[in-house]
Design a protein around this ligand. Structure first.
Ligand SMILES: Cc1cc2nc3c(=O)[nH]c(=O)nc-3n(C[C@H](O)[C@H](O)[C@H](O)COP(=O)(O)OP(=O)(O)OC[C@H]3O[C@@H](n4cnc5c(N)ncnc54)[C@H](O)[C@@H]3O)c2cc1C
Length: 302
């Protein structure tokens, strides 16, 4: 990342929303469920699986959380009706975790019931570190209550993650392993790029050792290489690779061509802004383009 790109990343929240929307469009299926269905149909035709995310997070009103839970019910109905190969991913704060643990759990349980009715699966996304313990508690409680169609996410940048894997190992967890995107202090998170990579590999080893089903969620070629070495010889049903919509699609197709399961994260909805900022932040090349477009707007050139 160049110095200019770093500066742009810091300035992203000040960029006009229409510019953010324009440049984040590859990462988002669209505003409606029909948009998500169209994208998943295309991905399925390319041999890729999907996970649909209804955009929205840090919901602060109960009706808002219930509305998102209801939207997920429509997602499962659409997946079933359209014969799509997709599950769903959901953020705990979208289901009301910031309001109350019990409300979030209740919403999550209704989602899981709906998913089970359609023989489907829900992945609980992992948000910032203020939610980690509650999210893992939700996962454990739901599994212990007999729900099998649920998985969770662990972030390799958190220093606690190896311990969390050991704590979950008894239940053969279903885990998406990613680096982690939120800004966390060095006291609890590795902040050095190579340290995060090294911990990703340690966590992946620990998950495979625990016989977990692992979603290997990364676009980092070095990590993909490390993962390929580790899954060689495993049944292809025992793990999957995961990528975000709009990122490294060609590499995703190559993994599919080599016989690996590959799932694409497909977000849709009206509340696109926070998700878009995170994606732009991770694409330094795009941050530079955003800068030029913004300067162009300011100078009246676009
Ligand atoms: C399916 C999936 C689900 C995720 N769920 C969560 C979650 O629940 N919680 C969480 O904290 N994080 C989640 N993440 C995000 C993750 O934590 C990382 O922030 C993100 O994947 C970037 O890390 P990377 O491993 O791809 O490595 P990076 O080093 O960031 O990226 C490797 C390469 O991929 C390309 N690339 C990466 N991002 C972009 C982009 N936006 N635009 C263009 N090119 C890009 C670039 O070429 C880059 O050099 C998820 C990621 C995936 C793939």
């Amino acid at each position: 990342m160049t110095l200019l790109d770093r500066a742009i990343v810091r300035l992203l929240p000040a960029i006009p929303k229409p510019v953010v929307k324009l440049f984040s469009s590859p990462y988002i299926a669209g505003a409606t469920l029909e948009d998500a269905v169209r994208v998943v149909r295309r991905l399925n035709a390319e041999g890729k699986l999907a996970t649909i995310d209804v955009l929205g997070e840090e919901i602060t009103r109960e009706e808002g959380a219930r509305a998102i839970a209801a939207a997920y019910c429509h997602v499962f109905e659409a997946i079933e009706a359209e014969g799509l190969d997709s599950n769903a991913s959901v953020k705990p704060t979208a289901l009301g975790l910031e309001l109350s643990y019990d409300l979030c759990r209740e919403n999550l349980e209704s989602l899981l019931r709906e998913a089970a009715r359609n023989d489907n699966f829900v992945r609980i996304d992992m948000e910032d570190s203020s939610t980690t313990s509650d999210t893992l508690r939700l996962y454990r409680e739901l599994r212990e209550s007999g729900r099998a169609n649920v998985g969770v996410v662990l972030q390799a940048y958190l220093r606690r993650t190896l311990d969390d894997i050991r704590a979950l190992a008894d239940m053969r967890p279903n885990v998406r392993l990613c680096k982690g995107i939120y800004v966390e202090p060095p006291s609890i998170a590795f902040t050095d790029y190579d340290a995060v990579r090294a911990n990703f590999v340690r966590c992946l080893d620990a998950l495979l050792e625990a016989d977990a089903y692992v979603g290997i969620a990364t676009h980092d070629e070095w990590l993909i290489g490390q993962a390929l070495e580790r899954v060689a010889g495993l049944d292809h049903e025992a793990y999957e690779f995961q990528m975000l919509l709009g990122v490294r699609e060609q590499r995703a197709s190559e993994l599919v061509a080599d016989g690996h399961r590959l799932r694409v994260y497909v977000p849709y909805g009206e509340q696109w802004y926070e998700y878009s900022l995170r994606r732009l932040q991770e694409n330094p090349a795009l941050a530079g383009t955003v800068a030029k477009a913004t300067v162009g707007r300011v100078l009246g050139r676009t």
